[in-house]
Structure formats: C-alpha cells, structure tokens
Design a binder for this molecule. Structure first.
Ligand code: DAH
Length: 364
C-alpha cells in the first residue's frame, strides 16, 4: 500500500510538472498507455494470490482513476492558460480597410419602372395591378376586339391548354398580350374618376431583334368627366420629355387604329442622325428631323366604358400603352432587346445600375 501511495505522489508531481499539452500527453502514455506504469502493475495481478489480488486490484483501480482525473484537471488548466496567453497576444487591427466586395447590379428594367412611377406619381397617378394569366374577355372582348375579328390576330397570343370543346371564346385563358387588360379590371372594380398607371409582364409568340416572347409594358388610364385629347397630348408630352430628360423633345401624334380607343394615335418622338448613331431630340435643320414610334394612345372607346359599366355620356378618358424595354433601350443606348433576358452577367455589369446610385427624376 505504501508503494501505491508513493507512486501516486510521484505520478501526481510528474503530471503537475507537465507545462504544456504535449508534455502532459507524454506523461499520460508513460503512466496509462499500453506499456505504462499502472498498466504494467495491473498485469502483475495475475500472479498474486486471490487474497492479495483483491486488495491490490482495488487499490490499483482507485489509483488509475485518481491519476486519470489528475491528468484531466491538468489538461483543462493548461488549456485555460493557453487561451489566456493567446487572448493577451492576439489583437485585431480594426484600422484595416474593408476588402473590396463585388457589388451586384440592378437590371435596367427595374430603375426604368421606378422612374416612371416617380414621373406619373408627380402627375397624380396611382399604380394599379392585374394578373399575367388573363381571360379572353379582359384581354380582348371587353377592349372591343370583336369575336373572330382579325384585330385579335394583331397580337400573337399564348393560349393556355384546355379542352377546346369546353369554353366559349371569351372565357379562354391566356397570357396577357398587353397591359390594357388592367384598364378593364380597374374600371370594373372602381368608380370614376381615376388616374392609374400599371407596369407588368406581357407575352406574345414572337422572337427577333426587337421582339421577345415576354416583355414589359406600361399602361396609363385617366377617366373623368372632362378629360379631352388635349389632356392626353399634354400628359404624354410631359412624360416623354421628363423620362428622356430633354425639355424640347419633339413629340408627334399620328392617327392610328386600336379597337379600344377612338380616336387612336401613335406617338412618335424626334431624333436625328449623329455620326454612326442617332440622338433623340430636335434636329437643328428641320430637314434632318426623323421620327420613331414609341407608344400607342387614344381616347377610351365608348363601348369599352360601357363594357365596364361606365356611362360614356357622362365620362371620358384617355389611355396609352408603351413597351418598357423599348423606352429603356432608347434612353440607355441598348441595341438588342433579346439581351435583356439572356442573364449574362457581363451585360448586367455593363448596363445594370449600382444599387446606391439609381436614376430618379425626383433627385434631378
Ligand atoms: N395595348 C396596345 C399594344 O399592346 C398599346 C396601346 C395602344 C395601349 C393604345 C393603349 C392605347 O392604352 O390607348 O399594342
């Protein structure tokens, strides 16, 4: 027994002398490892008398547990000491400038729509919405496209698959071909007067330099008792001049046909050739003035008002619709519509907007 307590004293001081984790582990191996001192003593138990084996065995087991515990205690003391030493020496240099991060860009369609909201908001319009999946009634019939009339084919429509036997024409589901359907929804659900703008996706079966199957449109509708074509001209002129940031941008109205307006007009803005490219604005010499069409407009057709439960003898209105990509391409000089939807990050890097520096007429 004295052997064991002497051994305990010896091992304990060896453990406490270990002053780092590596040294402590070495001690652990020499004591408790396969060839360790306590392990060796355990092996001698087999040659003892049963009596002796019992007392010695118990004492050795106690010793083994105590030593293991001492090692654990020393280990946690050493770890604490190490941590304290690291905390004392390691410091963070908070004066280092932050690493340059790659900042994402905002697709140019979004700032264009935001800018349009700002311009129309300033003119007293509020934003309305409607669904992308429409029915024929809201997209065509209520807008005075007669059933089976070729005017319906003006727009290549994506119809949703359904049993052709089942539905009358005006109930057929489709992807809206224009945002004019939102006019109908708004007029059905609200009492005039109202001034609304709507932005959203529209769909047509078309694909080339200037057409993609999905694109965005803006729609504007103003219905009140005394709205005239003069309001339409004034509003449109102010809007295109504000949007393109050209105070004397020439604007021209050309008679045109859309079933939902009477009279209808296409609106052109002026440009002229400059070098290899073009420049929006008034040409110095009137002979150089050129025109490009940018939107469709007109006075809301009396039948359309009636279809929405509004008395055309009491109310009148104007409406217009424009392609948002086209406006964006003209304003920022983007040559190909298809690139808007190719998800090419290099394109976005070039034409996209810094999230913190977005164009906004309100800040001009
Ligand atoms: N919805 C027409 C289109 O997509 C554009 C349009 C023309 C809208 C005349 C109007 C309008 O509101 O009055 O081609």
């Amino acid at each position: 027994m004295t052997d064991i307590s002497a051994l305990k004293t010896e091992l304990t001081s060896e453990i406490q002398a270990a002053n780092d984790l590596k040294a402590l582990d070495d001690v652990r191996v020499t004591v408790l490892g396969k060839k360790g001192r306590i392990t060796g003593l355990m092996k001698t138990l087999g040659q003892m008398s049963p009596e002796e084996r019992k007392t010695k065995g118990q004492a050795l087991n106690v010793l083994k547990d105590e030593i293991a515990e001492t090692i654990r205690a020393q280990e946690s003391a050493l770890k604490k000491k190490e941590m304290a030493a690291r905390l004392a020496t390691e410091t963070i240099d908070i004066t280092l400038s932050p690493r340059q991060q790659r900042v994402g860009k905002i697709h140019p369609i979004s700032p264009t729509m935001e800018e349009l909201v700002t311009i129309f908001g300033a003119m007293g319009f509020s934003v309305a919405e409607g669904p992308d999946i429409e029915d024929d009634w809201h997209n065509f019939t209520a807008l005075n496209f007669p059933p089976g009339h070729p005017a319906r084919e003006m727009q290549d429509t994506f119809f949703l698959p359904e049993d052709p036997e089942e539905l009358e024409e005006f109930r057929k589901k489709l992807l809206r071909t224009h945002t004019s359907s939102v006019q109908i929804r708004h007029m059905k659900e609200n009492e005039p007067p109202f001034k609304i703008v709507c932005f959203g996706r529209t769909y047509r079966s078309d694909f080339d330099m200037t057409h993609t199957p999905m694109f965005h449109q803006m729609e504007c509708l103003y219905v009140a008792k005394d709205v005239t074509m003069a309001h339409l001209k004034g509003c449109l002129t102010d809007f295109v001049r504000a949007f393109f940031g050209i105070d004397d941008l020439p604007v021209q109205f050309r008679p045109s046909f859309f079933p939902f307006v009477e009279p209808g007009a296409e609106v052109d803005i002026g440009y002229y050739k400059q070098g290899d490219g073009i420049k929006l604005g008034k040409a110095k010499d009137p002979a150089d003035q050129k025109w490009m069409e940018i939107l469709g407009s007109g006075m809301v057709h009396p039948t359309v008002l009636e279809n929405c439960g509004i008395d055309p003898n009491e109310y009148q209105g104007f409406a217009f619709g424009a392609g948002i990509e086209r406006m964006t391409m003209l304003k920022y000089g983007i040559p190909d519509l298809r690139t808007f939807f190719e998800s090419d990050v290099r394109w976005l890097e070039h034409y996209g907007f810094d999230p913190l520096q977005r164009p906004n007429s309100a800040t001009k």
